[in-house]
Design a protein around this ligand. Sequence first.
Ligand code: SOE
Length: 380
Amino acid sequence: MKQLRVGLIGYGFMGRTHSNAFRKVNNFFDLDYQPVLKAICARDASKAKAFAAQWGYESVETDWKKLIERDDIDLIDIAAPNNAHAEIAIAAAKAGKMILCEKPLAMNGPQAETMVAAVKKAKVPNMVWYNYRRVPAVTLAKQLIDEGRLGKIFHYRAKFLQDWTINADLPQGGAGLWRLDAKVAGSGVTGDLLAHCIDTAMWLNGNIDTVTAMTETFIKERKHTETGKMTKVTIDDASAFLARFSNGSLATFESTRYARGHKALYTFEINGENGSLAWDLHDLHRLQVFDYKDESKIRGWKSVHVTDGDHPYMKNWWVPGLQIGYEHTFVHQVADFIQGLQSGKMAGPTFKEGLATDYVTDAVLKSAKTKRWEKVKKVR
Ligand code: SOE
């Protein structure tokens, strides 16, 4: 088996999901490559060492430039905050490394363009960690739509609701809380949560042409972890938009971190002429299916338990009926990435697809300011 020597940058929540995936993938998928956890890189040496010990990384770096220079690394995995993605990815591409990058690809579309250009020039395999595509029920939705079972699509609606920033005493900046600092995150829920909804939506239903949006920052000032000073909050706490897809369908998207009671309620529904599908992250192994072609007497919404051997990814896990969860989506992503290396056909979402999502979030944020419908830039 060939080795795929991984250098991970960042040890937060995402560093853990990725490391777990690299470790598990060969136990469940027959692949020609085996990820080897070569090095973890983070500025804080003691935290990086502790992470290396816990997850089995062979070595530690504190300077990502050194990591990229190393000859014993094939793949750079970027799990650092959003404002670091572009510089690292461009340098990694120049060094000929394969790159996996946490979502959103960049702080904004123009920055993502430079990353796409870099991987194109260097011809290096690349992927963005939009993991929800790889929930088996979501992949099943993709299969059913591609088989044409829904017919003409009329509506798409998605939401991603959380409630973890309602407390005004929560500071901005620093570990985990960099998501509240626009200088580091780029945007608030638009780039963090709606980006997931947009990636899935465009995968299932094609390009988004135009959007009209509203955003709100409910808590205007928060103490900054790094300075200890009350600082203006410039992220969007909530963001909602209407959209028109290229296929003529209409959509609504909503996300917030102020929906008391909701921790990670990502849902979508898609309605077509012959049927509808609905999915809910809190019940992630089920796909709700309505098929208008069913006999009218017994026609109704079916709740398909997506755990059977002929469901996407499931034959690689346990026996039919037994469920898998959130962390498995990352395992699937690594498996698909490696299968892409084997076949020569890169699995998505590639950086180019990540750029397409960034173009939508740019248009959403612009529209919230201009209060007009905005066109979404097309990826060339
Ligand atoms: C934010 O709370 C967050 O962790 C996002 O950053 C992730 O992308 C999402 O999957 C879960 O929520």
